[in-house]
Design a protein around this ligand. Structure first.
Ligand SMILES: Cc1cc2nc3c(=O)[nH]c(=O)nc-3n(C[C@H](O)[C@H](O)[C@H](O)COP(=O)(O)O)c2cc1C
Length: 170
């Protein structure tokens, strides 16, 4: 099973989870690089709140060679980060299994994951799972449940989920 792991990360925690996950499944890691570094947190939050897209640096929307696409994004004010919006509004996920992963300070971000799920379905994807992971607090510092080790473990757990037999079937 070929797996593509696509992620956006502003402060590194989503990257840690995505890297461990890709390593665990022997998949391909693809970063969504936002041309805007989002250093102004207020403006970043507003862009997410208004469901804006982002301009991506060297975007690659080709998922043809993959059976499964994992999409990871931080939750920003209950929404996906703009880079994830861009990817999900452009990619063709017809016939692909899609695993959605949202990181957040609060752990569970149902509003964010619900947006992601809807976008993935609108692009033809078959959503096989939705996961929430404790990320960093909003100022970018690791909270007690989001050490690098915890984030790596979360990524490994997701790799295990993807390798469960029912997620491997056609
Ligand atoms: C602008 C902004 C808005 C955020 N809004 C939320 C939120 O609504 N809910 C939440 O649980 N975490 C929120 N967070 C925290 C991030 O989701 C969390 O720190 C995540 O781990 C960051 O991922 P990254 O390190 O890959 O950038 C926000 C962070 C930023 C920068």
């Amino acid at each position: 099973m070929q797996t593509l792991v696509v992620y956006y990360s502003r402060s590194g925690s989503t990257r840690t989870v995505a890297t461990a996950l890709a390593h665990g499944v022997g998949g391909t890691l693809r970063e969504l690089v936002d041309a805007n570094a989002r250093t102004n947190l207020f403006l970043a939050a507003m862009a997410a709140l208004f469901r804006r897209s982002a301009r991506l640096v060297n975007p690659d929307y080709d998922v043809a060679g993959y059976e499964t696409v994992v999409i990871l994004t931080p939750a920003w004010v209950g929404n996906p980060a703009p880079a994830a919006n861009t990817f999900l509004r452009t990619v063709n996920l017809t016939g692909k299994k899609v695993l959605i992963v949202a990181l957040g300070e609060s752990g569970e971000n149902l509003a964010t994951s619900s947006h992601l799920e809807q976008m993935a379905r609108a692009r033809g994807g078959q959503v096989i799972g939705v996961h929430h992971i404790h990320g960093l607090n909003s100022s970018g510092k690791a909270g007690p449940s989001a050490t690098v080790e915890e984030l790596e473990k979360a990524g490994q757990r997701l790799a295990d989920v993807l390798q469960e037999p029912h997620n491997q079937e056609d």
